[in-house]
Design a binder for this molecule. Sequence first.
Ligand SMILES: [Zn+2]
Length: 255
Amino acid sequence: MYFLIFLIAAVLAGFYFYYKSRPETAKIFPAEWEGLLQEHVRFYRNLPKEKQPEFRKRILQFLGETYIDGVETEITDLDKLLIACSAVIPVFGFTEWHYFNLTGVLLYPDYFDEDMQFADTDKDRNIGGLVGSGRFERKMILSRRALRQGFDNTTDKSNTGIHEFVHLIDKMDGSTDGIPEDLLGHQYVIPWVNLMHKSMEEINDDESDIRKYGGTSQAEFFAVVSEYFFERPDLLKNKHPELFEMLQSCFYPKA
Ligand SMILES: [Zn+2]
């Protein structure tokens, strides 16, 4: 009898401590965010229904781990969501992912120049995002205008947010060189480098539909072709089957 009472008490205590120690991120996804995702994020709309809860969970997890600050601008829910989507989309094929090389994202209202100025300057303001270094190490800077355009235009094969997060993924092995060694697996490194060089040559010879910027360096090629992969997977599969296969095994290792 005493044993039974002890057992019940132990089980109740167990439940109590289990619920008390659950992490903060088990928050409810706000109902109005679901509407924003449906309206603005094609990747989410196209996900099978049963995978959407997992996507929402990963959004909350990312937002729980990363601060987002506006530079001379108020951050809206849509900004937060689009930044989180840019982070989650490229790693959704992994059961778990933490961007340990990122602490925060700074959102600028508009495109900026190399001195990080976005107000009227004489210089070209054409930077939509970047992965910080030096005093901006572990930070990402994004332009709201570029971020929004990336998600609003679903046919142009480009998405600034995804582009910058792919640079972070590339950087995780220590160098931003277009070779995500940890994702590719050793045996695919050389085939990937060869394929990358061949494709960059085609871009630079004007014989490719991959965005010109991808021809400037291996790192940019990887980021640009990944935007294409996540924005227009069917088109990439059709036009560049080898690249598609390689990226598929890189970003969806279990598929
Ligand atoms: Zn880039």
